[in-house]
Design a protein around this ligand. Structure first.
Ligand code: NAD
Length: 428
């Protein structure tokens, strides 16, 4: 499997140095439990029948039905989907969600499809998966270039096939179709709780603490707003076009308003009137990562902090809101330089946690208030952040290794509960 998988495997090997797990567990985590590759037929607007390649992988379901997003992207491959499903297995276990890990995707550039074609593709993918997914089997959610409306079409199609209303088959749905309040902000809100729990431990819980955030999308922009509201200084933010920097702190609500109307951060600094309103300098994405700030938050893409730039990172702590922003080698360098790296499988798990809450609400048919969702999210994020931190201190390891140890403990417990070699040989 690909780099993502080999990086995750190397992290797991490190965890094995600190925790004893049965050979059964190690064997079971080597390969996905089930994978499906499908050819998805779509009647295009011009009358052609086109076939797209789709995948779904259920990596491990020892702790419950598998859970993970569906990605629409030209680079989607079976390997990538399997690696992401592997990752989800550990993320769900870190947060103690009763799920295993899954993932899905279609190799497609959705920007090249009309809305009609996108809907037909989404429904055809569910037709092709058939019984591979289900509320008690495997529960998809949005991922890169899929959204609530696509989840709604997919749920609809599942219902049509199965001739019943089953909202719990998919999460991240529109509110009017059984989505949960708080889901849209969940990743940023969860990350905010993890940050709030960690900062006092590293003496950075001061209004003078500075943040740089790469990525001003769903996760990055909402998190920037929460940090600003809490009184911290967000001094730099960026999107795919570039970034802005102001050492005294940016007026994040104003920047967000501006981005919402102009659709770009660039115009925050390139127009005179806005420059005067929100003073800031242009900064490249590359330079943003290497800024002299207290906290760096990659919230955009994979592989941003690597052996190429890790030695130049000046932040004291990195909170991974994006999935896989730090390469294995990049992290080794940063950790050796005393930088605390708080891993994605903890920091960005607020999204899957509120997805779990959505599934619970769908199954019970009783819907929670925003306060209830947020309170339960905070409880879980803080509890599991404290658990991972305690393991870090106890074992003297990185927070990522601690997160893997924590997850592995839960996964192997669920495996061993079904019987171990020693049990069958009457040794215990
Ligand atoms: P998004 O598409 O809403 O936003 C992505 C942002 O990154 C955009 O502002 C885009 O302009 C910016 N970007 C793209 N290329 C860039 C570059 N080269 N440099 C700087 N910025 C760049 O996506 P999102 O939902 O906010 O997700 C961001 C990351 O967080 C992804 O890694 C995603 O997997 C991860 N994540 C998101 C969620 C969630 O619920 N949204 C949950 C878990 C993890």
């Amino acid at each position: 499997m690909g780099t993502l998988f080999s990086d995750a495997e190397r992290h797991l090997q490190k965890a094995f140095e600190h925790i004893e797990v049965s050979p059964d567990t190690i064997e079971r985590l080597k390969y996905p439990k089930a994978s499906i590759k499908v050819r998805v037929p779509v009647r295009m607007d011009n009358g052609d029948l086109k076939f797209f390649e789709g995948y779904r992988v259920r990596f491990d379901d020892t702790r419950g039905p598998t859970k993970g997003g569906i990605r629409f992207h030209p680079n989607v491959s079976q390997d990538e989907v399997a690696s992401l499903a592997y990752w989800m297995t550990f993320k769900c276990a870190v947060l103690d969600l009763p799920y295993g890990g899954g993932k899905g995707g279609i190799t497609v550039d959705p920007k090249k499809l009309s809305r009609f074609e996108l809907e037909r593709l989404s429904r055809a993918y569910i037709n092709a998966l058939g019984d591979f997914i289900g509320p008690d089997i495997d529960i998809p959610a949005p991922d890169v270039y899929t959204n609530a409306m696509i989840m709604g079409w997919m749920m609809d199609q599942y219902n049509t096939i199965h001739r019943r209303i089953a909202p719990a088959v998919i999460t991240g749905k529109p509110l009017a179709m059984g989505g949960s309040v708080g889901r849209e902000d969940a990743t940023a809100t969860g990350a905010f709780h993890t940050i709030q729990a960690i900062l006092p431990k590293i003496n950075l819980d001061s209004p003078e603490t500075t943040f740089a955030i790469q990525g001003f999308g769903n996760a990055g922009a909402i998190l920037a707003g929460l940090l600003h509201k809490a009184g911290y200084k967000v001094v730099a933010v960026s999107d795919s076009k570039g970034g802005i920097h102001n050492a005294d702190g940016l007026d994040i609500p104003a920047v967000r308003d501006h981005k919402e109307t102009s659709r770009t951060l660039e115009s925050v600094y390139c127009k005179d009137d806005v420059c005067t309103l929100y003073p800031s300098d242009r900064i490249s994405n590359h330079d943003l990562l290497e800024l002299d700030v207290d906290v760096l938050i990659p919230a955009a893409l994979e592989n941003q902090l690597t052996a190429d730039n890790a030695a130049n990172i000046k932040a004291k702590a990195v909170f991974e809101v994006a999935n896989g922003p730090t390469s294995y080698d990049g992290e080794e360098i940063m950790v050796n330089n005393g930088i605390l790296v708080v891993p994605d499988i903890l920091t960005n798990a607020g999204g899957v946690t509120v997805s779990y809450f959505e599934w619970v609400q769908n199954r019970s048919g009783y819907y929670w208030t925003l306060d209830e969702v947020n309170q339960r999210l905070e409880e879980r994020m803080v509890r599991e952040t404290e658990n991972v931190w305690s393991i870090t201190k106890e074992k003297g390891c990185s927070m990522r290794t601690a997160a893997y140890i924590h997850a592995l403990g839960r996964i192997s417990e669920a495996m061993d509960a079904r019987g171990t070699k020693d049990y069958y040989l009457n040794k215990v």
